[in-house]
Design a binder for this molecule. Structure first.
Ligand SMILES: C[S@@+](CC[C@H](N)C(=O)[O-])C[C@H]1O[C@@H](n2cnc3c(N)ncnc32)[C@H](O)[C@@H]1O
Length: 259
């Protein structure tokens, strides 16, 4: 599914880079000396989708550079792969594309994308794909609201939904605040994510049905284990919560929506 999202977003990304990214203003003094174009992929995991996404960006930036009417910039690419500190960066580094060009330099950047990860005005293009649905924490209000059945979207309480939506809003503010500091003026931020159109019911989508199925399996498994081994962890089960939120696009103006 993640590869499909990257493939589907490819054309929109190419269009944005072609029309919105002005390399000459980003590198006004670099006609002859090297120009380091800094790309960050947020929530990269261990590959291979992140490499495809970065490759799409590099190809589009190179294309943009080749189309320039004036002298081509001597571009080099600094690619920062970001994920949480417990990500398996060793596997990521071992599977870096073997035949990447010698102007493509890779580095890992550990930490949460809900905070600052890069120096001020140091990024030319940030990309995040299939990762923003992971909110930063279980919403605090859930304790008061009660967490019953929260893995199952069909039985979701309104107050649980509100708590998740509140946490997602706070996280998005933190995400955009951090990127606003890190991106250079004229840089781009590409976001690819699963969204629900306004009015759609998650439980009636394929993903919603998978979550319902997972929830039901988890409950069955817990009941079976309780009966077999007389252990009591149904309370723990009731408080188990996924920090996963599918955003709803109620105002798509300004977004590049791909159906
Ligand atoms: C579903 S994977 C997507 C990986 C890759 N971008 C792709 O398209 O295949 C989501 C990744 O986001 C990472 N992630 C979740 N929350 C994060 C956070 N707050 N900061 C950094 N990475 C995060 C997870 O560790 C996971 O590797």
């Amino acid at each position: 599914m993640q590869k499909n999202i990257v493939d589907t977003a490819k054309q929109a990304m190419q269009r944005a880079i072609e029309h919105e990214l002005d390399l000459k203003s980003l590198f006004p003094l670099s006609a002859t000396s090297s120009a380091t174009f800094h790309i960050a992929d947020f929530g990269c995991s261990i590959g291979p989708t992140t490499f495809m996404s970065v490759q799409n960006i590099i190809e589009a930036v190179n294309h943009n550079n080749n189309q320039a009417s004036t002298t081509k910039l001597p571009l080099e690419f600094q690619v920062s792969f970001n994920d949480q500190t417990n990500n398996d960066f060793n596997t990521l580094f071992r599977s870096l594309p073997a035949h990447r060009h010698d102007n493509y330099f890779a580095a890992g950047v550990p930490g949460s994308f809900y905070g600052r990860l890069f120096p001020t005005s140091s990024l030319h293009l940030g990309s995040i794909s299939s990762s923003l649905h992971w909110i930063s924490r279980v919403p605090g209000e859930l304790t008061a609201a009660g967490r019953r059945d929260s893995i199952q979207c069909t039985g979701l309480d309104e107050d649980v939904a509100r708590a998740y939506s509140g946490q997602f809003t706070r996280d998005m503010e933190a995400f955009f605040d951090a990127r606003a500091e890190e991106l250079v003026s004229g840089g781009l931020l590409a976001i690819s994510a699963l969204c629900l159109p306004a009015g759609a019911v998650l439980a009636q989508t394929g993903l919603g049905m998978i979550f319902d199925l997972l929830g039901a399996c988890l409950v069955d498994l817990a009941e079976l284990v309780c009966q077999t081994f007389t252990v009591f962890f149904m309370d723990e089960l009731q408080t188990f919560t996924l920090t996963y939120y599918i955003m709803i696009l109620s105002n798509p103006n300004g977004f590049n929506l791909i159906h």
